[in-house]
Write a protein of this length. Sequence first.
Lengths: 141, 141
Amino acid sequence: MATNGKPLTQPEAGSHGADSCYVVREILSRVGDKWSVVTCVLLGEGSLRFGELLRRGHGVSQRMLTQTLRQLERDGLVWRKATPTVPVTVEYGLTPPGEDLLVVLRPLFEWATKNVTMVQDSWVQYDDRLARAASDTFGQG
Amino acid sequence: MATNGKPLTQPEAGSHGADSCYVVREILSRVGDKWSVVTCVLLGEGSLRFGELLRRGHGVSQRMLTQTLRQLERDGLVWRKATPTVPVTVEYGLTPPGEDLLVVLRPLFEWATKNVTMVQDSWVQYDDRLARAASDTFGQG
DNA sequence: CAGTATCCTTCATGATACTG
DNA sequence: CAGTATCATGAAGGATACTG
């Protein structure tokens, strides 16, 4: 029915209101999601139509964009307005909670931006140490 | 060599310093990662040994804990100290950048906690609307 | 235009068994 | 104790073709 077999996460039918821990993790998983964040950021600058999102979405596929938008809509972070023109016109935007999320996300973006260099350096160091350890073990030549 | 075939993310060998956009997304993906956040939160209360993390890790497997710790270590968010006792003793803790990350993550946790009810309600509403639309389409009886 | 449906490949994760 | 190696499975994501 939806864009794939298991379109929207549901632990078990009717398990709503079980442990909020599950829901929190579910929400956090959006942040790591490949397309949720970029979609929210795009919509943070103003509402957009599907095609616009697709074009600006840094290579997101139609299938993934639909899926991401449905998920965000189901979470209550994004609204959808379909106008029955021919062909149909659909507009997406952030709901108030969606805007709020973007606000608390911003410090995280800043942390990430500030620490890009540190993380990359750490990668290099870690990989070097690994490589050296390996060549020590194997005698390297 | 590591715990699975492709232990740590590397776009291409030597592509360090390419686009920071990639790195930022890579970092954000830790937040959505099933075990990175819970590991960091546990370590945020103080350094712990592997076994302790395993026990407190809400069902994380040995393999996944190792993998998560390696990744966080490579990112420079977590330090590792092995003491050559018999058997070996290994302790993990947050680095200063790791602590910083936890700080900017806290507003996100708060948002998630505050919005758990809203999100769950949104799920119910969305699913109800879907179900109603389906029964309308199929005549339901 | 804005999707859906289907196929296919790769990746993530868990279970299990083994080791310095 | 703190891992590593291997296997198996399901989910994630992309490509493509079709439609109201």
